[in-house]
Design a protein around this ligand. Structure first.
Ligand SMILES: O=C(O)CCC(=O)C(=O)O
Length: 382
């Protein structure tokens, strides 16, 4: 090639690379920003290969679950001595068969929930410049605003923006939380504290349902309460704008959650969450004033595989944007997660190796987190 031609080719290559970088910069700003600038088609960056696309999305608001409904656990009955053992049995069945349940009569004041939703909506209605102040690639940051699942790594982006608030220890992280909208900090503090308490109560019941400790005083004596109280809590506020071509993309790809338990506040008006059950995707109909609770990878490990951390995903729709608030709970950042020795015996040998939260974060940063690949990497003799 003549020097003139090779110079021209190099220039074209440089221009193409710059164009590519410009496109990437645009998508890093998030879906909300993209939609605010007016789009009628889903950009290629968000289009999934045909085999990964959701089906039935066009009419998922009316999707038929073949009569299947997620188990419902009544928290008020769980707290009553006369009904506790019956509810514990239902809890066991839900965690073994579905890895998910809906929690009603949870006792968190309605205003606390409504204020959290309202503050979340207001946050995503802020200007891009205001939200951008909290964008960070550091997965350990006390506050982090971003897009997709892991925008540093994802080949195809998903149709979600998020605000992640680290909640533990609250006094250390609070000064970093967004100062606008004005009501966000107060709403998120109240909400995170009340959800943490609910988590403690549900986690105690789960430990009891595994047959590990029988009474509240035994739980205190075993140090379990301290272990759980000192645990990590991450609040993830998800925003899924309405999408012009919802059958080409997903709000969240199939994934499992890393922690012990996740308590999710679903949008009461707009469906979107689906869980994998019996080889099919099951849409979770929102029950007003309830939480969707799911078993995370750490609980699957702790229960030595008895309770299931189940794949779930989020579909989007062309009509309404959707907000959800997930509160992910686990043990302290540096503690080791391993199967409970009481659940290991000859008939039920140890199924998972030791792990910790820090290992998970490193894993997340080093490869595309797909389906249950972190949990699979912890299995002994998979
Ligand atoms: O938005 C939802 O319904 C689910 C969110 C979720 O799966 C997550 O935050 O891990």
């Amino acid at each position: 090639m003549s020097p003139a031609l090779s110079y021209a080719a190099a220039e074209t290559k440089k221009e193409k690379e710059e164009q590519k970088r410009e496109i990437n910069r645009r998508y890093q700003k998030g879906v909300k920003h993209l939609c605010e600038n007016g789009i009628t088609k889903v950009p290629t960056k968000y289009i999934l290969p045909v085999s990964d696309r959701p089906t039935n999305v066009g009419d998922h608001q009316n999707a038929d679950n073949h009569g299947l409904k997620l188990p419902v656990i009544d928290f008020a009955l769980l707290m009553q001595a006369s009904s506790r053992s019956h509810v514990l049995q239902s809890l066991t069945k839900a965690c073994e068969e579905y890895g998910f349940f809906q929690l009603v009569n949870h006792g968190i004041e309605r205003d606390v929930i409504l204020d959290m939703i309202e503050a979340s909506r207001s946050f995503f209605n802020l200007s891009f410049e205001e939200r951008a102040k909290y964008m960070s690639a550091d997965v350990r940051a006390p506050v982090r605003c971003g897009t997709s699942f892991n925008q540093n790594i994802d080949g195809v982006f998903c149709w979600r923006d998020f605000l992640k608030l680290n909640c533990h220890p609250l006094s250390d992280v609070l000064p970093f939380w967004p100062s606008s909208p004005l009501n966000l900090r107060e709403a998120a503090v109240k909400y995170s504290e009340q959800v943490k308490f609910l988590y403690l109560m549900v986690m105690e019941a789960i430990v009891e349902s595994l047959g590990l400790t029988k009474t509240a005083s035994e739980i205190s004596a075993s140090g379990l309460r301290e272990m759980v109280e000192d645990g990590s809590q991450l609040m993830v506020v998800n925003c899924y704008p309405a999408c012009p071509e919802p059958d080409l993309t997903l709000g969240m790809p199939p994934h499992s959650d890393y922690g012990l338990l996740t308590l999710l506040l679903q949008d009461e008006q707009v469906k979107g969450l689906q869980i994998q059950h019996g080889g099919r995707w099951l849409t979770i109909d929102p029950i007003p004033n309830s939480f969707v609770v799911n078993v995370g990878d750490h609980l699957e490990i702790f229960s030595n595989g008895r309770y299931k951390s189940v794949l779930h995903r989020v579909v989007v729709n062309s009509v309404k944007s959707r907000i959800s608030v997930a509160s992910l709970h686990s043990r302290p950042l540096n503690s080791v997660i391993r199967p409970s020795p009481e659940l290991i015996n000859e008939a039920n040998p140890r199924r998972y190796m030791d792990t910790d939260f820090a290992t998970f974060l490193d894993y997340m940063n080093s490869c595309e987190h797909k389906r249950k690949n972190f949990l699979d990497s912890r299995k002994l003799n998979p």
